[in-house]
Design a protein around this ligand. Structure first.
Ligand code: MG
Length: 424
């Protein structure tokens, strides 16, 4: 009869043989330490998923999932935006993947993606929840194999991940925005910043439903970003977001008006649903056009890429399908020579998960970072990490097994949404 073989028995055998060798060579502790560094975890394993649980913060807009295994290793993943009310989706997907080996991340992703309600063709909440679970599987797999996630993704092109700071001080008077830009750059050494210029309450709007920019509204936008450019100088990159709240003619006019300001990009002048409309804007201006924070899977990006509709893509890696799918999106974009600049509105868990993908692909441009990490103490309470999370506008990529940061459940519980399950 075949002997049962599992990860623990394999490790025990490795340690036992190491102990025997140490008697012969008398290397003592040094040999033990060397053996500890060996990849004893790479043998076939009977690791199995035993449960998937979740917690929510920010009124359900941030979902944290925890994937449990039969060997006391857990993985954490995060999803954002399309997550309120998704508890039963987490439960359904969790039930579906129980008993499977979490090291087969791509297979589990495909099993859930294609065997949901339909054979694929899913987006929205379904893919957002799958994103959190998939990300947790990479975390778990990395911990089980004792390697960081970027290594599982094929290795890294870079050690530090450049970020731009979303300043969250938008829709202000030009002089305030200029001042804020300088403060952020001077205080934290960011090399790139982002400001929003859409304002649904702008008194210069003639109609709340019509999406055409008014002359005074356009001038206000130009004045705001001119103040930012004058304040930070020519060498800081500036991204400008319109949140898809305008029509095509307005998108063209704003992009044209911004040309002298040398933006890194103009983000989502129109919703990202119509690739052809994007193409008209992109071809009409030298201002780079960026879109994609609400698109799902590589299938969602194909129409934009195929016709050259945008200059830069910005998938949200806590929404678009997970870390493996993010790598597929980046590689697809690379075929069209399009850079990859992920949207990121998550916690440090999502930020570091995104950083692993950004390290693993050649066409990475820049990753979003939020000023709330510096101003809201919640974020440091809910996720723990070693060392500095950011240095001079770059995230030092974690070398710890898995994603490399940990959910602090005690801290998270303080902010967890009431009346929602908390990892139960
Ligand atoms: Mg945006």
């Amino acid at each position: 009869m075949q002997q049962p073989f599992n990860r623990r028995s394999f490790i025990q055998k490795g340690l036992a043989s190491a102990a025997g060798l140490s008697l012969l060579t008398n290397f003592g502790n040094d040999l033990f330490a060397a053996v500890q560094k060996q990849n004893l975890f790479s043998a076939p394993s009977d690791l199995q998923i035993t449960d998937v649980k979740c917690a929510y913060i920010r009124n359900g807009h941030s979902l944290f999932v925890k994937v449990y295994s039969n060997q006391d290793i857990v993985g954490h993943g995060e999803a954002v935006d399309a997550t309120p009310g998704t508890y039963y989706l987490v439960k359904m997907m969790g039930d579906r993947i129980k008993g499977k080996n979490p090291l087969n991340v791509h297979r589990i992703f495909e099993d859930v993606r294609r065997r949901g309600f339909f054979e694929g063709a899913q987006s929205g909440m379904y893919i957002s929840v799958l994103t959190a679970i998939e990300s947790a599987l990479w975390d778990l797999a990395g911990k089980a194999l004792n390697v960081p996630v970027y290594q599982l993704l094929g290795g890294k092109f870079r050690d530090n991940i450049r970020v731009y700071c979303d300043t969250a001080s938008s829709r202000e008077k030009p002089e305030i925005m200029g001042q804020r830009a300088k403060e952020v750059v001077d205080e934290y050494n960011f090399t790139a910043v982002k400001f929003d210029i859409d304002d649904r309450n702008d008194p210069n709007k003639y109609d709340p439903y019509n999406w055409t920019v008014s002359p005074a509204e356009l001038q206000r936008m130009v004045d705001q970003i001119t103040a930012v450019r004058e304040s930070v100088g020519p060498n800081i990159d500036i991204c400008v977001d319109m949140h898809g709240r305008f029509d095509m003619t307005s998108g063209k006019r704003v992009a044209k008006a911004m040309e002298p300001l040398n933006l890194m990009w103009l983000e989502e002048p129109i919703p990202a649903e119509n690739a052809e409309a994007y193409k008209y804007i992109t071809q009409s201006t030298s201002t780079p056009i960026c879109a994609g924070e609400n698109l799902y899977l590589a299938y969602g990006f194909r129409p934009l890429l195929e016709i050259g509709a945008v200059d830069i893509i910005m998938p949200d890696l806590q929404k678009a399908g997970g870390l493996g799918e993010a790598q597929r999106i980046a590689n697809l974009a690379n075929v069209y020579y399009v850079p990859f600049a992920p949207h990121m509105v998550a916690s440090y868990l999502g930020a570091m998960a995104s950083a692993h993908v950004c390290a693993s692909i050649p066409n990475f441009l820049i990753l979003e970072w939020q000023i709330y990490f510096h101003t809201n103490p919640m974020f440091k309470e809910i996720v723990h990490y070693d060392g500095e999370m950011i240095i001079d506008g770059y995230i030092p990529l974690s070398d710890k097994p898995g994603i490399g940061v940990e959910i602090n459940e005690e801290g998270l519980k303080k902010y967890a949404d009431e009346d929602m399950p908390f990892f139960t």
